[in-house]
Design a protein around this ligand. Structure first.
Ligand code: AMP
Length: 432
């Protein structure tokens, strides 16, 4: 499908699409919209970023336009359930943008905020209600919401809703719905428990699926190390004691941070170069050449500077600081795992970065394996050994770190030729 004209959408929707700059349907839209326009139930296997929100919002809005009715008091004609308040807000905004000029009543209901405004919105009646399951259940229990007039049920990001323990609230909510309704069910993955739930809720669904946007993520072995901010430099040096770190890109958030980190690696005898927007073209090219040739084991870069740099055989990506924008994480770790190969990504996360980590896990739909090294006081100052760049150290420059809180936790030492390295047991991630 080359444009949106072929779907038979109402004129105001086509105008809104033009205003929003959507020229061409995305694959999930091209597949899902015709099926939904026929009134069929649908299972969509698609991630965020594929355009799935418009894929379900457009046919629903089309029906609301064709079949005008007053919004039901205390309830809604369309119910969308989503796992998080951020996603719920985004979905509601998409409905608003796509129905610009149609004066539909659209509201969001989620936890963590006072009930009053939500109760008032429900009381007036809604065309579209986007809700997280827990808070909607509260309103149902308080009898300030009724769902007897719902014509469309959308379950978005079902896999995440189940991860968050929403399966029972969803089942309870569904019991309040009329039997005759159109069901739309979206999930990035379809393991058996999710398929079973779909089987219970949907009636002869069509199934469409689109490839996930970020397949590299799956090829990269990822790890998060929870650390104190003040210990990051030492921990980074410790990582380079591993000779497997042959060619690593270290990401920082700022240019100054990149310079600082490159300096501390260099002082520890690890050949490192910083590359960022304040460097001249000549400096950048020399840095890249040294990194490509293996003269420098580490390149410390900011996100913008690293864009467009294509280097093979990057063994590791280290996120010295997590990016503000979760998508940048996917771009960063994709620097290893190039050309179908695997790679490793290690991310430091201090107390101020927990929200960024949560956003990354939401985006990648993965719980990243984590180690807890907070409270790690590190070694006694070790003598600084200057070594020529590009030679892998044959022993750590710093003594291995111990977690002082784990008094009886003896690191298990692994002899590797002349090197002795500690391995630490993974601890559960801190409550987030
Ligand atoms: P979603 O997967 O629904 O979260 O959408 C991801 C992003 O793609 C959002 O920023 C949408 O605004 C945008 N988008 C959705 N459909 C289209 C389209 N057909 N053309 C351009 N952008 C789109």
């Amino acid at each position: 499908m080359q444009n949106f004209n072929g779907f038979g959408l109402a004129a105001p929707l086509v105008t809104a699409l033009t205003q929003m700059g959507y020229a061409k349907p995305t694959p999930i839209q091209a597949q899902a919209i015709p099926v939904l326009m026929q009134g069929r139930d649908l299972i969509g296997i698609a991630q965020t970023g594929t355009g799935k929100t418009a894929a379900f919002a457009l046919p629903i809005l089309n029906r609301l336009i064709a079949d005008k009715k007053p919004a039901p008091r205390g309830g809604a004609r369309v119910l969308v359930l989503a796992p998080t308040r951020e996603l719920a807000s985004q979905i509601a905004q998409s409905f608003r943008d796509l129905s610009a000029g149609l004066s539909l009543d659209i509201a969001v209901v989620f936890g963590g905020v006072p009930h009053g405004a939500q109760i008032r919105a429900l009381a007036k009646g809604l065309d579209v209600l986007v809700a997280t399951p827990g808070r909607l259940l509260d309103h149902l229990d308080a009898r300030v919401a009724t769902l007897g007039a719902v014509e469309f049920l959308v379950l978005d990001e079902v896999d995440q809703m189940l991860d968050l323990g929403f399966v029972r609230p969803i089942r309870r909510i569904v019991r309040e719905l009329p039997r005759k309704r159109q069901n739309l069910f979206f999930s990035a993955t379809m393991p058996p428990d999710i398929r079973k739930l779909a089987g219970e809720l949907l009636h002869e669904p069509a199934e469409v699926s689109v490839a996930p946007a970020a397949t590299t993520v799956e090829r990269v072995e990822q790890k998060v190390v929870h650390v104190d901010a003040s210990r990051k430099c030492d921990m980074l040096v410790e990582l380079f004691a591993d000779p497997a770190f042959t060619r690593a890109i270290v990401f920082t958030r700022t240019k100054r941070g990149a310079d600082r980190v490159a300096r501390s690696l260099d002082q520890a005898g690890i050949g490192a170069l910083a590359i960022h927007g304040n460097k001249s073209q000549g400096q950048r090219e020399r840095a890249l050449a040294a990194f490509r040739s293996g003269q420098a084991r580490a390149m410390v870069a900011t996100d913008i500077a690293a864009r467009g740099i294509d280097i093979d055989d990057v063994s590791h990506v280290v996120n010295f600081e997590l990016p503000d924008v979760a998508e940048a994480y996917v771009h960063r770790i994709g620097r290893t795992a190039r050309a179908g190969k695997g790679g490793q990504a290690i991310s430091f996360c201090d107390a101020s970065e927990r929200d960024s980590l949560r956003a990354i896990e939401r985006l990648t739909r993965m719980r990243i394996f984590s180690l807890d090294r907070r409270g790690d006081k590190g070694p006694k100052p070790a003598p600084v050994v200057r070594k020529p760049a590009a030679t892998a150290p044959d022993r750590p420059h710093h003594a291995p770190h111990r977690d002082p809180r784990a008094a009886n936790q003896q690191p298990h030492r692994v002899r590797q030729g002349r090197r002795t390295r500690p391995t630490y047991q993974a601890k559960a991630a801190p409550a987030r």
